[in-house]
Design a protein around this ligand. Structure first.
Ligand SMILES: [Mn+2]
Length: 334
């Protein structure tokens, strides 16, 4: 028996025919598709299997995915956890759900690094894989379960999203799973999901933001007087990252009591995670990786640093902070 078949056997051993299973996740494309794949995998083994998401399905692509592919997931606050006999978590770990009233978690399938050790009847955490959807695809193949077009499409989108179109931290396994799924997927649905990124409100916002873009050398910056929801800033930063001749794009605004800064980068030497940490790590939460990062700072924390009530002054302060840290030779004040 190969390794994947052994894991499948171990996974199935957790479940009994009378089990009512809850699959829990935070609803990004990788998590949604992985949850659906696990449901498919278990459907013949247990009495019932339900998918539930924690938080909102916010991004438009994700809403399009759920709508077009008819993924049935219920918000966590709408379900009764007590009605289930087993709980599985995908694309996350018990540590990511500490604020929820959860009994024991029986199964964990994930690709995030283990920050806090946990106990489960079955755990498969493969940190090297680009997507949990890749791992679930291997389970489906090992189980010889038929993968309907809509599920294949969802898994394709999950892998693509988590690996930035197979360009970021994608392994041979991710590429293989993707190639396998692509033959079964509905490509017109996949294209439609990927393209539904802008709401009508976002379009108005984009028009405003374009008028406020400043480009200095390879750094593109747009500050919008708030409030602007963080998800909309992500959309703007993604779009601005496409401007030729730039390597760092930042979209910033305020939302509720915070300053939000979203950074996107491209090019071989760029690391926006480092930039955002050295720019804002001292005053707020700041993190990310080479091509995507964000900072969130309580406005009140900046009251002594800049004139926070004046949007232009605040916007200029954020721009200066980033500009000071663009070059990796300049080390952050340690
Ligand atoms: Mn993931």
């Amino acid at each position: 028996m190969n390794q994947q078949s052994k894991k499948l056997k171990d996974l199935f051993q957790v479940f009994a025919p009378a089990d009512r299973v809850l699959v829990l996740m935070k609803p990004d494309p990788d998590a949604l598709s992985s949850a659906w794949a696990l449901k498919r995998l278990l459907s013949a083994k247990v009495q019932s299997c339900h998918i539930s998401h924690v938080g909102e399905i916010g991004r438009l692509e994700n809403q399009a995915m759920v709508r077009l592919l008819k993924i049935r997931s219920e918000r966590f606050d709408k379900i009764d956890v007590q009605a289930f006999t087993k709980i599985a978590v995908v694309d996350g770990q018990p540590d990511h759900f500490v604020n929820l009233p959860l009994p024991k978690i029986h199964v964990v399938i994930d690709h995030h690094p283990v920050v806090k050790a946990f106990e489960a009847d079955f755990a498969d955490v493969r940190v090297k894989e680009g997507a949990t959807a890749t791992i679930l695809t291997e389970y489906l193949r090992a189980a010889r379960v038929k993968i309907p077009p809509s599920l294949a499409t969802a898994l394709c989108f999950g892998i693509k999203t988590d690996t930035n179109g197979l360009t970021r931290s994608a392994t041979k396994d991710d590429v293989e799973a993707y190639a396998f799924l692509l033959q079964k997927a509905n490509l017109s649905h996949l294209r439609q999901i990927e393209h539904e990124r802008l709401s009508r409100d976002d379009l108005d916002l984009l028009a405003r933001a374009i008028g406020r873009v400043q480009i200095r050398r390879r750094f593109l910056y747009a500050f919008l007087p708030g409030p602007v929801p963080p998800d909309s800033l992500v959309i703007l930063a993604d779009i601005f990252n496409g401007v030729v001749g730039t390597s760092v794009a930042a979209a910033a605004s305020t939302y509720r009591n915070r300053v939000i800064v979203i950074l996107r980068g491209k090019g071989p030497r760029v690391d926006v995670g480092r930039i955002v940490r050295s720019s804002f790590g001292a005053v707020g939460s700041a993190g990310g990786h080479r091509v995507a990062a964000r900072a969130e700072i309580l406005i009140s924390r900046l009251a002594e640093t800049t004139r926070v009530e004046d949007p232009e002054a605040l916007g200029a302060w954020i721009r200066r902070q980033i500009a000071l840290n663009l070059s990796s030779r300049r080390t952050s004040s340690a």
